[in-house]
Design a protein around this ligand. Structure first.
Ligand code: PGA
Length: 252
């Protein structure tokens, strides 16, 4: 079935040296879960992290990219550049990119298609604001974000995509969605995938929960039928915490 995925989003933290140290520390920790492990350092630390990882069973991803192959796009990074730096995954449409840097559903869809064209697996983020949740608009919002991101993908590609549900009010706030709230939206995402793509795609896609995930709450989240992993921000910056999340089976 679906292999669980625990992903660390380091955001704008860590120089190359600090990143290499953190990864080395992580590799010294016993990572004994059946989950795949992914870390997403900032662009400038990718090469340093790739060097430390070598053949370790930890995957490397970036936090964003442009959809174009190359060209006059000052400040942007192309899919091929990420592959060259050792990436297999790329986070797309994180709520911070959408809220602070004007990313749109359309841009996220173009990026997702470009990722697959370069054999990168996108981790496509969606999530509602607190105001949207309070107004009862969560389902409609998630439905439209997920539909926009996956409807143009070929089914064979869509089946490999990862979707991260991150309620914006739970990111970096210490407020976690209840396991029921997280499961409810992750199940909705699977339903939308079945409608927009097909049931096979819906069953294959890994759906992660993100937002204040910690060693103490990961086991309950992983026990939900439609939650296949986590996208971890703050707690991925400490080797012990991240390892505690990766080894979620031991917390149960
Ligand atoms: P957090 O961030 O774990 O610090 O809440 C999650 C994310 O933004 O991916």
């Amino acid at each position: 079935m679906r292999t669980p995925l625990i992903a660390g989003n380091w955001k704008m933290h860590m120089t190359g040296t600090a990143a290499a140290e953190l990864v080395a520390e992580l590799l010294e920790t016993e990572l004994n879960t059946g989950a795949q492990v992914l870390i997403c350092p900032p662009f400038t630390a990718l090469a340093a992290v790739a060097e430390v990882l070598e053949d370790a069973p930890v995957h490397l991803g970036a936090q964003n990219m442009h959809w174009e192959e190359q060209g006059a796009y000052t400040g942007e990074i192309s899919p091929a550049m990420l592959v060259d730096a050792g990436c297999e995954y790329v986070i797309l449409g994180h709520s911070e990119r959408r809220q602070l840097f004007g990313e749109t559903d359309e841009g996220v869809a173009r990026k997702a298609a470009a990722a697959f064209a370069h054999h990168l697996i996108p981790v496509i983020c969606c999530g509602e604001t607190e105001a949207q949740r309070d107004a009862g608009e969560t389902a409609a919002h998630i439905r439209s974000q997920v539909t926009a991101a996956v409807r143009g993908l070929r089914a064979a590609d869509a089946a490999q995509a990862v979707i991260a549900y991150e309620p914006i009010w739970a990111i970096g706030t210490g407020k976690t969605a209840t396991t029921e709230q997280a499961q409810e939206v992750c199940r909705l995402i699977r339903e939308v995938l079945a409608e927009v793509q097909n049931e096979e795609v819906a069953q294959a896609v890994r759906i992660l929960y993100g937002g204040s995930v910690k060693p103490a709450n990961i086991a309950a989240l992983m026990a939900q039928p439609d939650i296949d992993g986590a996208l971890v921000g703050g707690a991925s910056l400490t080797a012990a915490d991240f390892a505690g999340i990766v080894n979620y089976g031991e917390e149960a």
